[in-house]
Design a protein around this ligand. Sequence first.
Ligand code: SF4
Length: 415
Amino acid sequence: MNDKTLNKLHILADSAKYDVSCSSSGSNRPNDGKGLGNAAPMGICHSFSEDGRCISLLKVLLTNVCIYDCAYCINRRSNDIRRATLKVTELVELTINFYRRNYIEGLFLSSGVIRNPDYTMEALLRVAKSLRQEHRFGGYIHLKAIPGASPGLVHEAGLYADRMSVNIEIPSENNLKLLAPEKNFPSVYHPMNQIKESIIDHKEARRKFRKAPHFVPAGQSTQLIIGATSDNDKQILTLASGFYNDQHLKRVYYSGFIPVNASDERLPMLKQAPLLREHRLYQADWLMRFYEFQCNEIVNDEHPQLDTDIDPKLAYALRHPYLFPIDLNTADYEMILRVPGIGVRSAKLIVHNRRFGHITLAHLKKMRVALNRAKFFITTKELPSQLAGLSPSLIRRKLHVPEQVQQQYVQLSLF
Ligand code: SF4
């Protein structure tokens, strides 16, 4: 790799680090020369393939030149930053060379919008097409669908990509208008719906004809920025729940707002990204995807914000004390899943093993149930109800959780 390409790669990998719609990014643990390993906030990220393997990807932008001026973005056109654009051939060569050296197992390619959405989407498509057709590249490719690009280009890109994502970024349309006046919800929903329909059609075609082409086999994802606007957790999780149910998204990623453009008056003055809130949103998201929770059971008009002191499952149990304790030897699987401290694997083991005899505390310990929390919400033969006479606030105290303040998370004002 020559110095010019290396310099471009440095700029474009650094610009790509704010996009978290893959599973790992942002760690910064430089090697001090004495140890092993070097976690940089840019360059390589991780994602999960269709079959669940964790894979490392070269995460880079095609260009950080952008015709748009989104308030929250480091690459917006009004910022005075170093700009670079990789040629399609340079990007293809980089990917192939890194792959051959075993540095990466695939490519995560995003881009600023250069000239117009179609021009940008076509360049991304050419990278994927060249990798697949000219180089017979079988590694993983995650491509961004550029909002506003023509359906034909998005569809063709989907034939080469394993995963595609269209980032909605801001959870409500009025705030999106305020922070990214050149964008709107329809330009995001349109490609999202198109990709969903094509995934369904191609799956159906492959059932009938074994040689029908794949289309985005690892599904699609999106990213939401948290804390840049006054949108509450209820709005965010309702939107995410719609993405899972209606657009069949594989993942919604939540990215705590990083104040990269501190002087923009449309943005809140945050000293640091709201990471705890981001973490609670991921936990709530997990409950919707794997624990059969409905969004309105986690957040609703009465509780529009997640409690940052406790995980959302414990918060749900404390808000619904009349549902507990449950007898693990007779309760439904769905109710067992709702017990704080019991995970999906343990819930399945409990249901499976109770067919052969009573579940005991020794069994629960072996199943790695977190008994310090679960004991307040379950009964077994040897564990009589610990809930009797205990109020939710007493349980909070016993779990060393501070008393809930009514407005637990105060969103900073935009102005
Ligand atoms: S379109 Fe994307 S790259 Fe361009 S300013 Fe907006 S967020 Fe940044």
